[in-house]
Write a protein that binds this ligand. Structure first.
Ligand SMILES: Nc1ncnc2c1ncn2[C@@H]1O[C@H](COP(=O)(O)OP(=O)(O)O)[C@@H](O)[C@H]1O
Ligand SMILES: [Mg+2]
Length: 249
C-alpha cells in the first residue's frame, strides 16, 4: 500500500490552546481512514489545516509524494484535496446538478484555449455526473436542495466535494443528523469511493458507521494522536478504549 496522504508533526495553536499537537498519520492510497475522538479533540482543525484554511499551521503535508506546505487552499484543492464542511451550505435556487457544477468549474482565462487544444486535460477522477451517481443522487439531479431530505442534502455535500475531482476527500461529520437507515445508506455509498479512485478521510461520531466503513482509524485526544492503524487493531487498543470507546461515545 503506497501512502497517499502523509501528515507529519502537524501543529495548530489558537493563542495558548494547542488544538492539534504534533499530529502525524498516513492515509494509504485507496483507504478509508477514520479520524475519531471526543468533541474538541481537534478533528475539524486537522481538516482545516490539511486544506490550507489555517495558514498558521506548522508541520508537513504530502499528497501523492508532493509537499503541500505553503500552498493556499485553492492550490491544495487543485492538487487533489476535496472537503466537506461540518455544516452543509447549498445554493437553494440552483438544482443539485448546478450546485455540483459550481464546485467543479475552475475558471482560468486560458481554459477555453486549453479545452480546444487538449480537451481531456484536467479530467482526472470523477466528473459531476459520476459524483451524483456515486452518492445515489441521479433521481434528484434537477431538484432544488429545499425539496430534499436532510439526509439527501448531506449526500449533495459529499457529491459536491467529489465534483472537484479529489484524490482524497475529507468529510467532516457527513452523518450528522441522519437516522440509522440514512446512515447505513451513506456508509454503503462511502464504501464505494475507493473503487472510483477516491480515498477518504472521514470524521464522524457514529461508531457503527466508522467501524463499518473505515479500514484504518486515527484517534485524537486533546489534539494528540493516541493510536493510528488498521481498524481491527485500533479498536482493541487499551488506550483508545480508555480515552474514547469505553466512554460509550
Ligand atoms: N477558530 C478557533 N479559535 C479558537 N479556538 C478554536 C478555534 N477552532 C477550534 N478551536 C478549539 O480547538 C479545539 C479543537 O476544536 P475542533 O477541531 O473543532 O474539535 P473537533 O472537531 O474534534 O470537535 C477545541 O478546544 C476548540 O474549542
Ligand atoms: Mg468538528
Amino acid at each position: 500500500m503506497s501512502a497517499l496522504l502523509e501528515v507529519s508533526e502537524l501543529r495548530v495553536s489558537f493563542g495558548a490552546l494547542v488544538a492539534v499537537d504534533d499530529v502525524s498519520f498516513t492515509v494509504p492510497t485507496g483507504a478509508i481512514m477514520g479520524l475519531i475522538g471526543p468533541n474538541g479533540a481537534g478533528k475539524t482543525t486537522t481538516i482545516d489545516a490539511l486544506c490550507g484554511f489555517l495558514p498558521a499551521a506548522v508541520g508537513s503535508i504530502r499528497l501523492g509524494g508532493v509537499a503541500l506546505d505553503g500552498l493556499r487552499a485553492h492550490q491544495r484543492a487543485r492538487a487533489g484535496l476535496g472537503r466537506t464542511f461540518q455544516t452543509v451550505e447549498l445554493f437553494d435556487d440552483l438544482s443539485v446538478r448546478e450546485n455540483l457544477l459550481v464546485a467543479a468549474i475552475r475558471p482560468r482565462w486560458w481554459s477555453p484555449f486549453v479545452d480546444a487544444v487538449a480537451p481531456r486535460r484536467g479530467t482526472r477522477g470523477v466528473n459531476v455526473d459520476d459524483a451524483m451517481g456515486l452518492m445515489g443522487l441521479d433521481a434528484v439531479a434537477d431538484a432544488r436542495p429545499t425539496e430534499l431530505s436532510h439526509g439527501q442534502r448531506q449526500l449533495v455535500g459529499v457529491a459536491r466535494a467529489l465534483a472537484t475531482r479529489p484524490r482524497l476527500v475529507l468529510l467532516d461529520e457527513p452523518a450528522a443528523g441522519l437516522d440509522p437507515a440514512e446512515t447505513a445508506v451513506l456508509g454503503r455509498l462511502l464504501a464505494s469511493l475507493p473503487a472510483a479512485g477516491v480515498s477518504v478521510l472521514l470524521v464522524d461520531h457514529d461508531m457503527n458507521l466508522m467501524l463499518g466503513v473505515c479500514d484504518q482509524l486515527t484517534v485524537l485526544d486533546f489534539g494528540r494522536v493516541i493510536a493510528s492503524g488498521p481498524t481491527a487493531a485500533v479498536r482493541t487498543d487499551p488506550a483508545v478504549i480508555a480515552a474514547y470507546l469505553g466512554g460509550g461515545a
